[in-house]
Design a protein around this ligand. Structure first.
Ligand SMILES: Cc1cc2nc3c(=O)[nH]c(=O)nc-3n(C[C@H](O)[C@H](O)[C@H](O)COP(=O)(O)OP(=O)(O)OC[C@H]3O[C@@H](n4cnc5c(N)ncnc54)[C@H](O)[C@@H]3O)c2cc1C
Length: 471
């Protein structure tokens, strides 16, 4: 370990690595301590079914990474990162009509949406034209925007519930497509800001695509760590920090931690009022995840689904809304909304020749230990008859296990905190990245802009540390 450390980062998730990179770029000596045996946090891959089948343990599809105003400035290609863009960003199969699809091109998407073509175009085109003016405001903390008019226009469009926005379309395909995208919010679809989540993810499909790193999500984390090392930074794995008191002397500590794990390592140093504020932070529902090794591709009934990196499996808008509402009310839906990705359709490096991996999860109540494999496989089988016959092996991960693997995802909440309006901009408290302790910062997805592999929480936390501690 180096002497004369300037800063320690606790946790090597994408935000922890981003924070460390910002500090190292400023010429500071930084070390990242990671509890797990491998680096990357929610951006890791491993062979969890059969040898030679590489599965993403958490993140799989990375529109935020490619659109991130910080990550896109980094020379990650030099450190092995290659992006793969599928021909269709997301497909949404239906029982009795063609699947709804979003393509990288707005024109191609509109052409596929028939009578909803113009409604779709008017929803996305204005915001796409202003994207470069509003991206750091959307992917950042609340502050006075550089382009208030462009942001206000986006807000007028986005501040509706997903159900309201989806019902501006006339076809089942377009309605369900938008509802499925908005369901990434893990909120009931009649709540705010589900419309904004749906709109931002839809815009990103056109701005950056919904791509995947060749070889799996781990390659993105590895490339970030490689760049960090080239700047003189260090990552130490298998190094769980139990208390900030045990850290080597340094001027700043950046915690890639959500509030509960943060309380465990630093709670005794915080004033009671701040401790209580962190204890009040609300975590959301969990996910139940399945990874499959397959003998052949998923036999989607609608062949366009085979072209999509992401497939949303849940039927029509009413069904998705009912499924998300049920989970919010503490129930396990019999017909869950399932988010699936099929990387080996576009990246043969991740499975033996001719074989495939499939990744999927559905939302479940927080801390659920219920096995949702049956309901998930029935949903896939509904749109891909014969799917089960292609399964060579499967590994399930319950919400409880997701938290056991990464303490940030409390109760299996992959967003590290409910992303509703109350907690969207003031995550985890009004202080956002700062804590009452001088030199101690939070840089995880529990700060703005929240969930996703974008590194922006790390970027903003590190900028604040540079201003307040190292200026
Ligand atoms: C199943 C699943 C699917 C997802 N899908 C996507 C997706 O497709 N696209 C997307 O953009 N996002 C996705 N996400 C969300 C994404 O993974 C997270 O938003 C992102 O990883 C948050 O990054 P982070 O750096 O804030 O924290 P994390 O990635 O959670 O990293 C925190 C790190 O801190 C370490 N740590 C914790 N406590 C300690 C300690 N005491 N000492 C040392 N180290 C510690 C942890 O081991 C972990 O490595 C998904 C998440 C899950 C779980």
């Amino acid at each position: 370990m180096r002497e004369n450390l300037d800063a320690v980062v606790i946790g090597s998730g994408p935000n922890g690595l981003a924070a460390a990179i910002v500090l190292a770029q400023a010429g500071l000596q930084v070390v990242v301590f990671e509890a797990a045996a491998t680096l990357g946090g929610g951006c890791r891959s491993a062979e969890v079914t059969l040898p030679g089948f590489v599965h993403d343990l958490c993140s799989a599809i990375h529109p935020f990474a490619l659109a991130s105003p910080f990550l896109r400035t980094l020379p990650l290609a030099r450190f092995g990162l290659e992006w793969i863009e599928p021909p269709v960003m997301v497909a949404h199969p239906l029982d009795s009509s063609a699947a709804g699809c979003i393509y990288r091109s707005v024109d191609t998407t509109c052409a596929s949406l028939g009578i909803d073509s113009e409604t779709y175009r008017s929803m996305v085109e204005g915001a796409l034209g202003n994207w470069s003016k509003i991206d750091t405001a959307i992917l950042g903390p609340l502050r006075w925007p550089q382009h208030p008019l462009a942001l206000a226009r986006f807000g007028m469009l986005a501040l509706r519930s997903a159900e309201r926005m989806a019902r501006t379309f006339r076809t089942e395909a377009a309605q369900s497509l938008f509802g499925g995208i908005a369901a990434h919010s893990m909120l009931p679809l009649d709540r705010l800001p589900t419309g904004a989540v749906g709109l931002v993810l839809t815009l990103l499909a056109h701005v950056a695509g919904w791509p995947m790193p060749k070889g799996g999500a781990q390659r993105l984390a590895d490339a970030m760590a490689g760049y960090l090392r080239s700047l003189g930074g260090e990552v130490v794995t298998g190094a769980a920090v139990t208390s900030v008191d045990d850290l080597p002397p340094c001027r700043a500590v950046l915690c890639d931690l959500s509030p509960l794990p943060l309380l465990r390592v630093a709670g005794h140093r915080f004033p009671p009022s701040y401790r209580r504020a962190l204890e009040r932070f609300r975590y959301g529902n969990g996910v139940f995840k399945v990874d499959w090794a397959l003998d052949a591709p998923v036999p989607w009934r609608d062949p366009v689904c085979a072209q999509a990196g992401t497939v949303h499996v849940g039927g029509n808008l009413d069904e998705i809304a009912a499924s998300e509402r049920a989970v919010w009310n503490g129930a396990h839906p019999e017909r869950p909304f399932v988010l699936a990705t099929q990387p080996t359709m576009f990246d043969p490096t991740r499975a033996p020749a001719g074989k495939h991996v499939l990744w999927a999860y559905c939302h479940v109540p927080s801390r659920s230990s219920r096995d949702m494999l049956g309901p998930i496989e029935r949903q896939i089988e509904r749109f891909a008859p014969g799917f089960r016959e292609r399964v060579l092996a499967r590994t399930i991960t319950t919400s409880e296990e997701i938290e056991a693997r990464n303490p940030n995802f409390v109760g299996g909440d992959i967003a590290a905190g409910v992303m509703d309006l109350r907690q969207l901009f003031t995550r985890p408290t009004w202080r956002t990245y700062s804590t009452p302790l001088r030199g101690v910062y939070i840089c995880s997805a529990s700060t703005p802009p929240g969930v996703g592999v974008h590194g922006m929480s790390g970027y903003f936390a590190a900028q604040r540390a540079l201003r307040e501690v190292f200026a």
